[in-house]
Ligand binder design. Structure first.
Ligand SMILES: Nc1ncnc2c1ncn2[C@@H]1O[C@H](COP(=O)(O)OP(=O)(O)OP(=O)(O)O)[C@@H](O)[C@H]1O
Ligand SMILES: [Mg+2]
Length: 500
């Protein structure tokens, strides 16, 4: 049998990656490039979708070159992407009509409050699984239609296409203005706030409420099927999967059984629990989302705890405060002291997502005395990640009754052993990192390989999963609960700062 190869594109918030995997699920080659973060005003975050498309083409070429492979040797190409980030483009020219509005952008807070009206934040929750918050893409599209001169008329005439980054990439990969297919997958569609979670179709009443014309929307497809074939340098390669990055990590971590969970630590952190073929509504500040759907099979749902800022707080500590020079240095600095010295940092830079959904929150540093040093603050930065995770794990238990017995983790911050130990300590369960830490790309590759017969099914994929490191909890329960109480008091101090 000749080896087969599957490529995955991970178009993330800070960078684009392409990784080529072999049939055993091992990494053959990888390439990565960052793109510009555009901050036009406090709270606004944009990307240039044209720049993203050229970086994606570059990393695909880079990964092929490093592997010494030609495009025709790829059995399939999978896509995974930063979610909710919204692009509107002109179907005739292929040009975006505005910078992409990034998921972290808060400009739609007031619009979301207006849409909630007397019903409040949960007006669309039964249908979509989501609270009204600036995070999601439907209101971002509505904002563009209202604010780019002449755009609404052009959209109503069918000249404009809406997409999250998966749609933008698939359209370009499959020919763009020359016959590109305009599709999205169920996981990305479930983040628009425009899709009915149960029927997996656009909801006309919500489209009307948000004033979004249906002609601009992509067709909703499964996460693993051949949407079309690539043109250009990748001519002939089947484009065979799309999954939001967090759902791709669920898939790459082999969380296929009901009750299994993973947490990915990147720019933010996202803990997803597989709830099987049943969408579980949340009463405790989580969201209900589609986990994946393989071809014609039934969809699998997840409960999700979305935390906006975790790794981004480390970046802020490095770039904005200049206290460390590299992200890795924070571990050495934090390890030079025993504890946080009483300091807590609540990184409510875009308000707080799960489980609070407070757009009026802003970041706070609290518990300061003259005793506190930069090393204590380094601890507080790391602990902000583990405490926020503890809050969503608690909410998960309250919503689902599932008490996790261990947590599978992945993403850039899992390189930090001190943080992973603290995470195990504050959860009171082991934290386990797999051998292939690039689970986001791996999940997209798995889905594309399933759609094209490279892999036989979920059992084969599960057999690839290997443990790398596990951290066992060591903190005494009394200490843990006392510290957790302090964290929650710090969170309360972040509320009510910004009046929308
Ligand atoms: N040793 C470390 N200790 C703590 N944080 C770290 C460490 N190394 C990296 N990080 C943080 O991890 C994040 C990068 O992780 P990762 O590469 O998984 O993110 P990403 O996939 O690029 O993010 P996105 O998909 O959102 O673009 C950065 O925010 C960085 O600050
Ligand atoms: Mg990522």
């Amino acid at each position: 049998m000749t080896d087969r190869f599957v490529a995955a594109i991970d178009q993330g918030t800070t960078s684009s990656r392409c990784i080529i995997f072999g049939q055993d699920g091992a990494v053959v080659s990888a390439d990565q490039r960052e793109h510009r973060q555009i901050f036009p005003k406090p709270g606004w975050v944009e990307h240039d979708a044209t720049e993203i498309w050229s970086k994606v083409q570059a990393v695909v070429a880079g990964a092929l070159a490093k592997a010494g492979l030609r495009a025709e040797e790829l059995s399939a190409l999978g896509i995974t992407n930063q979610r909710e980030t919204t692009v509107l483009w002109d179907r005739a020219t292929g040009k975006p009509v505005h910078n992409a509005i990034v998921w972290q952008d808060t400009r739609t807070s007031a619009l979301c409050a207006r849409l909630g009206g007397a019903d409040g934040q949960d007006r669309f929750r039964d249908t979509t699984g989501l609270p009204l918050a600036s995070y999601f893409s439907g209101p971002k599209a509505a904002w563009l239609l209202d604010n780019v001169p002449g755009l609404r008329t052009r959209a109503e005439r069918g000249e404009i296409a809406f997409g999250t980054i998966d749609s933008w990439l698939i359209w370009n990969l499959t020919g763009g203005t020359d016959g590109g297919v305009h599709v999205t997958d169920v996981t990305n569609a479930s983040r628009t706030m425009l899709m009915d979670l149960r029927t997996l179709e656009w909801d006309r009443s919500i489209l009307a409420a948000m004033n979004v014309p249906e002609v601009m929307l992509p067709a909703i497809r499964s996460s693993a099927e051949v949407y079309g074939t690539a043109t250009g340098h990748l001519r002939g390669v089947p484009v065979a999967s799309a999954l939001g990055d967090q759902q791709a990590a669920v898939f790459g971590q082999a969380c296929y059984d009901t009750g299994t969970a993973k947490n990915t630590y990147g720019t933010g952190s996202f803990l997803l629990l597989n709830t099987g073929e049943r969408p579980v509504p949340s009463k405790n500040g989580l969201i209900t989302t589609v986990g994946y759907k393989i071809g014609a099979q039934a969809p699998v749902y997840c409960l999700e705890g979305s935390i906006a800022i975790t790794g981004a707080l480390v970046q802020w500590f490095r770039d904005q405060l200049g206290i460390i020079r590299s992200a890795a240095e924070i571990e050495t600095l934090a390890a030079s002291v025993e504890d946080n010295g009483g300091a807590y940092i609540v990184p409510a830079f875009s308000g707080l997502f799960a489980p609070y959904w407070r757009s009026d929150a802003r970041g706070v540093v609290t518990g300061l005395t003259r005793y506190v040093t930069k090393a204590h603050l380094a601890r507080a930065v790391l602990e902000a990640t583990s405490w926020q995770t503890r809050e969503v794990v608690d909410a998960m238990y309250q919503d689902s009754g599932v008490r996790i017995s261990s947590l599978k983790v992945d993403g850039g911050m899992t390189a930090n052993g001190l943080l992973m130990q603290h995470q195990a300590d504050v959860l009171g369960v082991p934290v386990i990192r797999p051998r292939v830490p690039e689970t986001t790309c791996l999940g997209a590759a798995y889905a594309a390989g399933l759609a094209t017969g490279v892999w036989s099914g979920l059992d084969e994929l599960t057999s690839h999963w290997r443990r790398d490191t596990a951290w066992e909890p060591r903190m005494e329960a009394a200490v843990r609960e006392r510290e957790y109480g302090r964290w929650r008091r710090a969170v309360e101090r972040s509320f009510g700062w910004e009046d929308d």
